[in-house]
Design a protein around this ligand. Structure first.
Ligand code: SF4
Length: 300
């Protein structure tokens, strides 16, 4: 039996659901029940009646799924698959920052730990950050954590003044060079440039559209020639979906190492060994879920 057959057989026997983030390898996405962005997958987990969820992604995503699906056992196939951006702010640092801005509302990007979400007023994703900022009263002081690029871009789009934490995604911050983008644009006139808002301002300012991963996929569905500035694993997945389209990756070496840690073998081991269980202490989960739910009310 091939490893894919073993995973599918066990998944059925255990009534498990496998969720895979868009940045996972195509092989892992092929055995998943759903592929998606982090929040989309957590909502899938919430709606699923499976008692076992294998989350192929990084820890903060599995934490979010565990908080939104208290009925299920959520497994992260690789114990140390983390997110450097989420680790750039601790709850203690956020508490300290709040002391300096006692009246501020805290908006946290979903790419943050459960403990940081618990210290925040409202969550956001890359697709609804602008909407979330606009939902706050105009005179409200706002703190945005942890992504400086998303926070700065969303502040500009919403016309709101925001105190932005200096965290970033190493892939989107360092992976893309403006010089290379300029060359590609000159070589492929007429191609649409799509950038994720975690990219540096240098890239975002020349992109035709600044979009979250789900919106990038929807755009490519209707368009044939694009240059994409986000994790290369995502571009490979888009090419796998539409091999006939011209989908150029701004940098094919820009891949999230943590996302790449999950393999078919680790997914199989997760099912066989029921590892690695992700839990969030209830006192943290109840407050963090509050900030996620406030976001869901805004972007419903
Ligand atoms: S791509 Fe960046 S933000 Fe996403 S998990 Fe990897 S390090 Fe974190």
């Amino acid at each position: 039996m091939t490893i894919i057959e073993q995973i599918k057989k066990l998944k059925k026997e255990l009534n498990a659901t496998i969720l895979a983030h868009f940045y996972q390898s195509v092989a892992v996405q092929e055995v998943a029940d759903y592929s998606g962005d982090s929040l989309g997958l957590s909502i899938k987990a919430q709606k699923s009646d499976s008692e076992l969820i294998v989350f192929c992604g990084v820890r903060f995503m599995a934490e979010t799924a565990a908080m939104l699906s208290p009925h299920a056992k959520v497994l992260l196939p690789v114990e140390d698959a983390g997110c450097p951006m989420a680790d750039m702010i601790t709850p203690e640092q956020l508490i300290e920052l709040k002391k300096h801005h006692p009246g501020a509302a805290v908006v946290c990007y979903v790419n943050s730990s459960a403990a940081v979400k618990a210290e925040s007023d409202i969550c956001c994703t890359s697709s609804n950050a602008v909407e979330v900022l606009k939902s706050l009263p105009e005179e409200q002081e706002i703190i945005f954590v942890p992504d400086v690029n998303l926070g700065t871009w969303a502040a500009r789009q919403s016309g709101r003044k925001v105190i932005v934490w200096n965290g970033f995604c190493p892939i989107h911050q360092w992976g893309f060079e403006r010089r290379r983008l300029d060359k590609l644009m000159a070589k492929h006139p007429g191609y649409t440039v799509l950038a994720h808002p975690e990219c540096d301002e240098d890239i975002v300012e020349v992109a035709d559209h600044v979009l979250c991963t789900s919106a990038i996929l929807r755009f490519i569905e209707d368009n044939d020639e694009v240059i994409v500035a986000t994790d290369h694993g995502f571009t490979e997945y888009a090419r796998h979906l539409w091999p006939e389209k011209q989908i150029i990756s701004l940098n094919s070496r820009a891949r999230c190492k943590n996302m790449q840690k999950t393999t078919l073998h680790s997914v199989l081991d997760a099912l066989v060994q029921q590892q690695y269980l992700v839990t969030v202490p209830p006192e943290i989960a109840s407050r963090a879920v509050g900030s996620i739910n406030r976001m869901l009310e805004v972007s419903r």
